[in-house]
Ligand binder design. Structure first.
Ligand SMILES: NC(=O)c1ccc[n+]([C@@H]2O[C@H](COP(=O)([O-])OP(=O)(O)OC[C@H]3O[C@@H](n4cnc5c(N)ncnc54)[C@H](O)[C@@H]3O)[C@@H](O)[C@H]2O)c1
Length: 337
């Protein structure tokens, strides 16, 4: 099958492309390279441009009329930056995506898989969330994801689009064949920071927040290997119509699915696992939570199992090991550590 992937030069999009290629499918990449890497598009069908570029979209669908659906990963994704630059985030993630979905509708390509985020959930007692759990997006970034879920849902009702919003928990690791991985120069996520400390880029790892009401006082997350995440997208595209048919509300061909492991891991547990895989202890210190930090959540992943026939297979240790391997390759692949 042929699939359009926006943001296919990014961390998750490029991994989805690798997984599609490995299974004999054809990804068509649309990426502006605003943050993505040209290195991740080599030997792949790649259109460099913005999702807002109507002419380019027409060209893509003229060149590839047999595209079965779109996986929409393109977005700006850095939470603290979204607090400083809300205009850019709402413009890039909401305004442009709204136009993009409308173009897809007008061009007659109604199937959309949307990269949403567990960051839109409220914190609930016990920390496990299912798709009906209360939402409370806590940053401009998270609000853009929430808003785009609403836009997609409304477009499904009004225009006959068909949408699957995949709420990712915390992606870790890299493509197991090391074709791509995290590319941010200063990763803002925990595992990127741990790798930076292990590689001597940072002197110390900050445990941000030790007084949360969790089992050890540190934040709890659900770390999912990016390769598992990628394979869920393939299942979503392959089972697209049956997933949509399974919706309770016939008038709204739209589904929301959590993508997580179903296992909560605290920051301290993550550090212990990291040190075990790395084989050395790291310099650590306990500091206050960052603005906007929350105790966290982990996924109830039952819907993914029943609708996508998918569950996470790869371990936390595999994710850590792949992140370390990719960390050692970054200089050669991207030109920077
Ligand atoms: N990484 C995470 O922890 C995480 C968690 C939950 C959800 N997500 C979502 O997954 C998606 C992919 O995230 P990622 O980590 O791969 O980020 P990334 O920054 O690596 O990839 C995003 C890609 O989108 C491209 N892009 C951005 N705006 C564009 C535009 N207007 N037109 C064309 N291309 C554009 C960028 O160049 C980049 O290649 C995002 O939608 C993000 O919100 C990510």
């Amino acid at each position: 099958m042929k699939v359009l992937i926006t943001g296919g030069a990014g961390y998750i999009g490029s991994t989805i492309c690798s997984a599609l290629l490995d299974q004999g499918h054809t990804p068509i990449i649309l990426d502006s390279l605003i943050t993505g890497k040209i290195e991740f598009t080599r030997d792949r069908i790649f259109y460099r441009g913005d999702i807002l570029d109507t002419e380019l979209l027409k060209q893509i669908f003229t060149d590839h009329p047999d595209i079965q659906g779109t996986i929409h990963c393109a977005a700006l994704i850095v939470v603290p930056e979204s607090v400083e630059k809300p205009y850019e985030y709402y413009a890039e993630n909401v305004w442009k995506s709204t136009n993009f979905f409308h173009q897809l509708h007008q061009l007659g390509y109604p199937r959309v898989v949307f990269s949403s985020s567990a960051a839109i959930y409220d914190v609930v007692p016990g920390y496990m969330v299912n798709e009906s759990s209360p939402l409370k997006p806590n940053s401009p970034y998270a609000r853009t994801k929430y808003m785009m879920e609403m836009v997609l849902q409304d477009f499904c009702v009004a225009y006959g689009m068909k949408g699957i919003a995949l709420r990712y928990f915390n992606p870790i690791g890299a493509d197991p064949l090391m074709r791509s991985g995290i590319h941010a120069k200063d990763p803002s996520h925990i595992l990127g920071k741990l790798v930076d400390v292990a590689r001597g880029k940072q002197p110390v790892f900050n445990i941000t927040g030790t007084n949360w009401p969790t089992r050890d006082g540190t934040g709890i997350r659900d770390y999912i290997h990016v390769w598992d995440l990628a394979s869920a997208h393939i299942n979503a595209m392959q089972h697209f119509d049956s997933v949509i048919q399974a919706t309770d509300n016939r008038a709204c061909p739209y589904q929301v699915i959590n993508l997580g492991t179903g296992r909560g891991v605290t920051v301290r547990e993550m550090v212990i696992a990291f040190e075990k895989v790395y084989g050395q202890t790291l310099e650590k210190r306990e500091v206050d939570p960052r603005p906007g930090d929350v105790a966290g959540s982990y996924a109830n992943a039952d819907t993914a199992l029943s609708l996508l026939n998918w569950k996470a297979e790869m371990s936390l240790e595999q994710g850590i090991s792949d992140a370390l391997k990719w960390g050692a390759l970054r200089k050669e692949r991207l030109g920077y550590e």
